[in-house]
Design a protein. Structure first.
Length: 297
């Protein structure tokens, strides 16, 4: 059963005659008649009652309903393929948290915008809770971030779990170590993200269990600036492997053996906006694929 035959049947019903269907589809009337006859043979049912007026049988009415659904789905698919081939002229507004904003997104965007040259992408770099609120307010279409505080209207899907490392200056006494434990970090000065950061809270909970209050700390709101302070030996930093994927010269990354924290990176969407256009879906798929590839490498 060919799609063009189904479309022919649907057009015959909509126009009310074989002749008008032939004019709409730019076929001869014998071609229309032949396709309807072939369709009835394929289905092994009679679709039209024989007589002077065009009237559907019960089977014909059922098939007409299903044919309409199939044609609508085909048109959506056809537009989707066209969009992928030619690139939609439009705007995607994405929210994203550090370090993914600086170290991941540019790599994905470079090829994506080359494939979709008519598209514009606006990027808002914010923490997870700010991304969540911007999603509610309609300021972004989706976000790539850690897990925000629970909001009923939003849905969070974690697709990657990061690990934590210690970063120190190459002149630090621990720089030659291949790994450390939390006990090795007694009396260190830690460069932390703000106090409301969920990862920072978890790190301090583990530190207090391991070494009590035998450490100093300072806050630095820009997570991507930590490595510059570490390089000057102002302090040490515990941060995600993604953040440390591009080490600053003069710094050293060291695995931590007993810090069981796996910060999630995920897709944050508004449940009211489930159906993204094909280009936005393609963009999201490329981001998730990047992290899947990183996880499996």
């Amino acid at each position: 059963m060919e799609f063009r035959t189904i479309k022919t049947f649907y057009t015959v019903v909509n126009t009310g005659s074989f002749q008008r269907a032939a004019e709409v589809l730019n076929y001869s009337q014998p071609t229309i008649s032949m396709r309807i006859k072939q369709l009835e043979q394929d289905l092994d049912v009679q679709l039209f009652e024989r007589g002077k007026t065009l009237k559907l049988t019960h089977a014909g009415r059922l098939f007409y309903e299903r044919a309409g659904q199939l044609i609508a789905q085909y048109e959506v698919l056809d537009h989707t393929i066209f969009d992928l081939k030619n690139g939609n002229a439009g705007l995607i507004k994405v929210g994203i948290s550090e370090p993914s904003a600086s170290l991941v997104l540019p790599r994905i965007l470079k090829q994506f915008l080359a494939d979709f040259p008519k598209l514009m992408v606006n990027v808002a770099v914010d923490d997870a809770n700010t991304c969540s609120q911007k999603l509610i307010d309609g300021e972004i279409d989706f976000a790539i971030c850690g897990e925000p505080e629970l909001i009923l209207e939003n849905f969070y899907f974690p697709f990657f779990h990061d690990t934590l490392d210690l970063i120190v200056s190459e002149n630090h006494p621990l720089a030659s170590r291949t790994s450390v434990e939390l006990l090795d970090l007694r009396d260190e000065c830690f460069i932390f993200t703000p106090a409301n950061c969920p990862i920072r809270i978890q790190i301090e909970q583990h530190l207090k269990r391991a070494i009590g209050s035998d450490y100093k700390k300072m806050e630095l709101t820009s997570s991507m600036s930590h490595k510059y302070f570490v390089r000057e030996n102002v302090g040490v930093s515990i941060f995600t492997s993604t953040a440390h994927s591009e080490l600053l010269e003069g710094t050293v990354r060291i695995p931590i053996e007993n810090l069981p924290i796996s910060p999630p990176i995920g897709l944050l969407t508004n449940q009211k906006e489930k159906d993204f256009d094909s280009t936005t879906k393609e963009f999201i798929d490329r981001i998730i694929y990047y992290f899947d590839d990183k996880k499996n490498s």
